[in-house]
Design a protein around this ligand. Structure first.
Ligand SMILES: O=P(O)(O)OC[C@H]1O[C@H](O[C@H]2O[C@H](CO)[C@@H](O)[C@H](O)[C@H]2O)[C@H](O)[C@@H](O)[C@@H]1O
Ligand SMILES: O=c1ccn([C@@H]2O[C@H](COP(=O)(O)OP(=O)(O)O)[C@@H](O)[C@H]2O)c(=O)[nH]1
Length: 469
């Protein structure tokens, strides 16, 4: 029987609240069909564990590993989040490359491969996620694993001119060819990947999308699979959220003022300083919004092991304090800035109360908050989404007001247009956006990727059988 084995650095263990789109998305996908989820436990110990811990919830088995302090620091906080994350988010000046963290990245991937190889069966579909685990297919193949291996990248994939700044780019990116299928959120990322293969890996892409490398000895596929959300689940939570005490308190505290909301991990890719400054400019240029609009930014801390994330936290405290110091009045605080994480039962209710959803990253693989905001609205009186053109979600969500977060005037105009948009326009935009969310939801994402992986590997086995005959 075919089993699904999901592998990711971040695992959403039962009853754990962990902000981050990948964990939320995989939780919904696995709950639907069951399977095994393997990854880091989220705990660091003195030494990386020699045994995976197993726990079960319904039809999902979680197998997780504690990472040693040094492995975690060099692999997760080091190569994954100080080298690859800024590189994939078009921030070369933040890229910090060392041979030491590169070695740790390969070491931890080899540990993952060693554990996984023990329980992968030949008929399994193995779905590996994100930039933490790029070398895993090669390491599993070296250990004799013949099962179907798929990889999905949740971040952007930048053009080759950026990627080739990484001293080890060939070794790292050519390893993607050992998967049967490589998936991206958008056609832009796929194009950049194909360009990389043509220019740097001397590969070829044929008319049917098959990519061949290593002088034609290895072929695989790559495709576009935009991640979605569980629309009815989010909509139902939002509709029921008025009963949630936190939602009722928020409603009362607004005293009829319009709410603008942002919900993001505290990450420099999310464009938070730009968003805060644009809100300050809005109040300066359009004083009629003073006392009429409140901006709530939920920004749970993230990756605090990395210095840039700690600096960003200080910067946002300074900007929010500056805006409040300048514009606040005894009974109105323009910016409410929170570092706590909230469960979906509360978040969906906050989204529903917000006249405007601000999702303005400088770069983002997809951005699920944009989709959750729309699915949480009341269709009779929906809010308006202001969305960065640099989020993968912008490729599917043309019904939002699209902005360039580097353009402060444009951001101010977009905020103003969103707050004042007439009901008929809000309804029309919302309907268009909801149609898209329902068409390309979490189930469609999971099904289309796994169906393509099934076909791809069958084709590969056919070729291998043909070669052997
Ligand atoms: O695991 P963390 O280091 O705490 O970070 C959380 C996740 O952040 C990134 O999420 C991405 O996946 C989302 C779903 O596809 C997508 O919408 C978003 O644009 C991405 O940023 C990261 O890629 C994950 O690996 C992390 O788990
Ligand atoms: O306090 C919070 C903040 C965020 N999230 C969730 O974290 C995910 C963020 O995913 P997104 O794709 O927007 O960005 P990422 O953090 O993965 O880069 C979304 O499902 C949010 O609802 C959450 O549950 N609680």
């Amino acid at each position: 029987m075919t089993r699904l084995v999901v592998v990711s650095n971040r695992v959403a263990l039962p009853n754990e609240l962990k902000p981050g789109g990948l964990a939320h998305a995989m939780r919904s996908a696995l709950r639907e069909i069951g399977g095994i989820w393997f990854g880091w436990s989220g705990r660091t110990t003195s030494q990386t564990a020699s045994m995976a811990q197993i726990q079960r919830e319904g039809n999902v088995t979680f197998a997780t590993l504690d990472l040693g302090k040094r492995d975690h620091e060099e692999y997760y906080a080091g190569f994954a989040n100080r080298t690859l994350w800024p590189l994939f988010h078009f921030r070369p000046s933040l890229v910090d490359f060392t041979r030491q963290t590169w070695a740790a990245y390969r070491r931890v991937n080899a540990i993952f491969a060693e554990h996984l190889a023990r329980f992968i069966e030949p008929d399994d579909l193995v779905w590996i996620h994100d930039y933490h685990l790029i070398p895993l297919a090669s390491l599993l193949r070296e250990r004799g694993i013949r099962a179907r291996l798929g990889f999905f990248l949740h971040t952007p994939f930048p053009p080759p001119e950026l990627l080739n700044m990484l001293p080890v780019h060939r070794e790292l990116f050519e390893a993607l060819a050992d998967y049967d299928l490589v998936g991206f959120h958008t056609a832009d990322y796929l194009r950049a990947f194909r360009d990389y293969i043509l220019l740097e890996a001397h590969g070829e892409v044929n008319d049917t999308g098959v990519i061949s490398v290593r002088g034609g000895r290895r072929s695989f596929r790559a495709g576009v699979f935009p991640i979605g959300i569980d629309v009815p689940e989010v909509s139902n939570l939002a509709a029921a959220a008025h009963a949630h005490p936190g939602c009722a308190q928020l409603h009362e505290s607004l005293q009829g003022r319009a709410l603008m909301i942002g919900v993001d991990r505290l990450d420099y890719s999310k464009g938070l300083p730009e968003r805060f400054r644009a809100f300050g400019r809005l109040l300066e240029e359009y004083p009629e919004f003073k006392r009429q609009v409140t901006f709530l930014q939920i920004a749970p801390v993230s990756r605090t092991e990395v210095a840039e994330y700690r600096q960003l936290k200080r910067e946002l405290e300074r900007i929010a304090g500056g805006i409040n110091g300048r514009f606040a009045e005894p009974d109105w605080t323009p910016v409410r800035y929170l570092n706590n994480a909230y469960p979906h039962a509360a978040l969906t209710g906050y989204y529903r109360q917000a006249r405007v959803g601000l999702v303005t990253p400088l770069r983002d693989g997809m951005n699920l908050v944009a989709k959750e905001y729309v699915a949480s609205q009341d269709g009779d009186d929906p809010g308006v989404l202001v969305l960065s053109r640099f989020a993968g979600a912008a490729r599917q969500m043309g019904g939002a007001i699209l902005v360039n977060p580097h353009d402060q005037d444009g951001m101010v105009n977009a905020m103003r247009a969103a707050i004042t948009m007439p009901l008929a326009d809000r309804r029309a935009r919302w309907r268009e956006l909801m149609d898209g969310l329902e068409r390309e939801d979490i189930t469609a994402w999971r099904r289309s990727f796994l169906a393509a992986l099934d076909v791809t590997a069958e084709a590969r086995d056919g070729r291998l059988a043909g070669l052997a005959a």
